[in-house]
Design a protein around this ligand. Sequence first.
Ligand code: ATP
Ligand code: MG
Length: 563
Amino acid sequence: MSNDKQITSTNFIRNIVIRDIESGKHSSIVTRFPPEPNGHLHIGHAKSICLNFGIADEFGGTTHLRFDDTNPLKENEDFMNAIMEDVRWLGFEWDRLCHASDYFQQLYEYAIHLIKSGKAYVEELNAEEIRAYRGTLTEVGRESPFRDRPVTENLDRFERMKAGEFEDGQYVLRAKIDMSAANINLRDPVIYRIRNASHHRTGDQWHIYPMYDWAHGISDAIEGITHSLCTLEFEDHRPLYDWLLDNIPAPSHPRQIEFARGNLDYTVMSKRKLRQLVEEGHVSGWDDPRMPTLAGIRRRGYPPESIRAFWDAMGISKSESIISMGVLENQVRDDLNVRAPRTMAVLDPLKLVLTNFPEGETQWLDAAVHPQNEAMGIRKVPVTREIWVERSDFMEDPPRKFFRLKPGGEVRLRNAFIVKCNEIVKNEQGEVVELHCEFDPDSRSGLPGASRKVKGTIHWVSAVHGVPVEVRLCDRLFTVPNPLADKSRDFLEFLNAHSLDVIEGAIVEAAVAEGAPGDLYQFERTGYFVHDIVDSTPGKPVLNRIVTLRDSWARIEKEMAAG
Ligand code: ATP
Ligand code: MG
């Protein structure tokens, strides 16, 4: 795999498209991304979005965003708006916005065509009976007693279904294909059902609604889609896709091509499961920063570029796999490393007094905004007699290789100078509440004497200028790589109870506290953080940890494995 992001890795779908252009089969490419507006998009959908928009962009084609809005009971306008926002956030703009519901009339007329040619019939068996008649993988199906109903009767019933004369479920329309087909999808699939429900776009106009296979292929054909790219579970539907288009006067016959879903570990990627997490309050909403939804990872602070680069690097194939979340996190780290300004923040503050620093004084030190990018300039960091350091950077009785603060030990304060820890102050409970240290003025960063070396460097923030903020540390939502692997267990059993750690009194540099929603930083030695786009306000800043600096999870796992 190439590291050069300019080179688009090829894949079998791209190769098919190239052949179709070269052979003259298509002069231009039309793809579509067809979400059902019954929930928010997740990172798996992003794979499909990047593929569909990416292929069309590359070959000068067009891409439609089509809402597959054929089930009035589960879909709504809010989900549509959220989906559009998510696609745009990822960096794509559709050439046409379409709705399957725009084609309800045409879909209906094609159904009439199918009935008239003796290839569809109104079924009176109920859902359970239909299932029983359908047979199994090893057993052929049986023909319905209503299969040979005369065309005129079918037309009459279908008309009355449409007019709303019947109850939900009383009848369905089935395509008449082959009850003994090895592919169960061809055993007279249902193509229309009765739903006496109001649709958010067509209102009360319809009492019958098309099933997925009927609506999907015909919508593709109406829009002149050239390559209908979908996930592997539709491979068995392809013969049906083709049969339906072959048996109506379809305006075009797109080619369906399947590819493997994108999956990540330690999460779930089914809208139904994600909806359950939201509705049962296991997370704060679809945009909870722990969610694998695009709304969640946007709020978490993942850059859209990282998502695009990630799916590009993962490639497109026909084999299912579960990708380690660590791979995505590494991509995010790489992108943030380049762009995030550096700053210091103390998550668990312990007071440190510089005993030889003048009381009431502030000195302003120069620090690089980005150590590898001079163009990002210099920031001013205030140092005062009292500063905050990270509690975990001090140990009273440390192991031999602890090179941070310890009694009598020396450490460098990042961007400042070397300090020596002379005295520890404890409270009545025996807890360390203050460290008294002496600083070495000749060791200031940037001065000739600064070359004096000590083994450890720690971050810190002025106790006078630092500002307390809320920090949220997000971790994996589940405790096991695949929460759905064990079908006998409820996936909720594997929810990570410690997936969110809220820290109230973290201390940041003043400039960070004044940042705007979406601003991101590297807190040196700690991780990448972003101002929460929902909850952060000027009076009460809230910062989410986007990702740690190293893959600390991999390290923890390794340590655990080693016992
Ligand atoms: P879910 O099971 O999460 O509800 P879905 O397939 O029902 O997903 P749709 O709204 O129908 O959701 O999906 C729109 C498009 O996104 C489809 O073409 C589908 O194949 C694709 N898609 C969904 N999940 C993934 C995934 N994990 N990886 C790649 N493509 C996906
Ligand atoms: Mg679906």
